[in-house]
Design a protein around this ligand. Structure first.
Ligand code: SAM
Length: 388
């Protein structure tokens, strides 16, 4: 199985490919063989000990976490899980770093040669603290760091990294989340004909490109705070003959005029922001939408649907050990109130788990692999608001 080809993928030597394949096998082993044993540890040791001490079962993911921290099976799994993540980032970064100059040149050439896709970089953009304070999910230097002029390095790390991480289960072009959100739109809003679409936190455009096919008449814009991501994304889109206007912007405060878009989407952006960032993004979405416009943010499933605090605890691993500090806190936000507070109609808010457009059974495994847990939900969680 191979990642869908385009003009920006870094080259791999045989040794590099074999190192990647090792990381892939390690991740699979942890997800399929080791992670299920954690539940037995919980059921047989950690929960009984908690019940003995507190005369009740654990009520929250935090209580389960406190108990599991002392469990040697959890300690081993968690440290191997973290190691596999660091190995993945390191091997991917080394490959892209070796080609850093030629990738930057390739990107410039592809975008210059396109009359459909553009990119605007903004070296003066203030990067929010939530993106600079931690190396988000262990990407060295985060998404935004730049080492050379016209750098595309983090894009070249991220693109094959997502494919490796999901083992192709997000589709040949990692398009799963965008395609899934589109499948929701086609089902619920079959008559929707957006003139302009904005994808917030687009990264390298994995989720953006499916909109070019689903809504060929629409003008499609995609913003991200990270220069290397939008430059790589634009070059990737150009090499695939797509028309997208990429720009390096903060989704909390963009330079588009009021009411410019009729559809605003994001795909797994919100959990990488902050308490304040989330509110600003929802407010900015409201400002940017034309009357009647739609905002939909696809996210990881809400914990509210999971009755068992153990399941919530497993899904929360990234909050503590994968440099994703807002992952768990986002689940505790009152999204209905935030959406209404930004001016959206309160009654239009809903959350929905949508089956993956790339494959139902597939998506189950994908969620398992992503989380190292056994949550059976198959797709995305949506935050939705229609402008009054
Ligand atoms: C997990 S990635 C998003 C993946 C992408 N949407 C996709 O579906 O392939 C999160 C991205 O959001 C970007 N980001 C974080 N905060 C942002 C903000 N305030 N405005 C714009 N982009 C932001 C990061 O730089 C990163 O590229």
């Amino acid at each position: 199985m191979r990642q869908g080809h385009h003009g920006m993928l870094p080259d791999n030597t045989q040794d590099e490919a074999s190192r990647q394949s090792f990381v892939q096998s390690l991740k699979l082993h942890l997800a399929r063989q080791v992670s299920p044993r954690l539940r037995s540890s919980y059921e047989q040791k950690v929960r009984p000990a908690f019940e003995k001490q507190h005369k009740r079962a654990p009520k929250s993911r935090h209580e389960v976490h406190d108990g599991m921290l002392r469990d040697s099976n959890f300690q081993m799994w968690s440290s191997l899980q973290r190691t596999s993540q660091e190995l993945k980032q390191d091997s991917q970064t080394e490959i892209a770093f070796r080609q850093i100059d030629s990738l930057a040149e390739r990107a410039l050439k592809l975008v210059r040669g396109s009359n459909r896709t553009t990119v605007r970089s903004n070296p003066d953009l203030a990067i929010p603290r939530y993106a600079t304070a931690v190396d988000i999910h262990t990407i060295p230097g985060g998404y935004h760091s730049e080492l050379i002029k016209d750098d595309v390095l983090t894009g070249a790390v991220y693109d094959p990294g997502v494919w490796l991480y999901s083992m192709g289960r997000m589709g040949d072009y990692n398009e799963d989340i965008g395609a899934t959100l589109i499948s929701f739109l086609k089902e619920k809003h079959p008559g929707l004909k957006p003139k302009r679409i904005l994808d917030m936190g687009c990264a390298v455009g994995h989720s953006t490109l499916p909109y070019t096919e689903a809504y060929p008449e629409a003008e499609i814009h995609a913003v991200d705070i990270a220069g290397p991501m939008v430059r790589y994304g634009a070059a990737r889109a150009a090499s695939l003959g797509k028309a997208v206007q990429f720009s390096q912007q903060n989704a909390e405060a963009t330079d588009y005029p009021d009411g410019y878009f009729d559809l605003i989407v994001s795909h797994i952006l919100l959990h990488e922001t902050s308490h304040k960032g989330l509110r600003n993004i929802v407010r900015e979405s409201h400002r940017l939408l034309a009357p009647g416009g739609l905002m939909i943010h696809a996210e990881t499933p809400s914990y509210g649907k999971l009755a068992d605090p153990y399941d919530q605890f497993i899904l929360d691993w990234d909050t503590y050990y994968n440099n994703e500090p807002y992952w768990g806190p986002l689940k505790d936000e009152d999204l209905r109130a935030i959406t209404a507070g930004a001016g959206f109609k309160r009654e239009n808010y809903f959350e929905q788990v949508q089956p993956s457009a790339v494959g139902g059974e597939h998506a189950k495994n994908r969620t398992k692999l992503f989380q190292g847990g056994d949550f059976g939900g198959a797709g995305a969680w949506f935050l939705w608001g229609a402008k009054k």
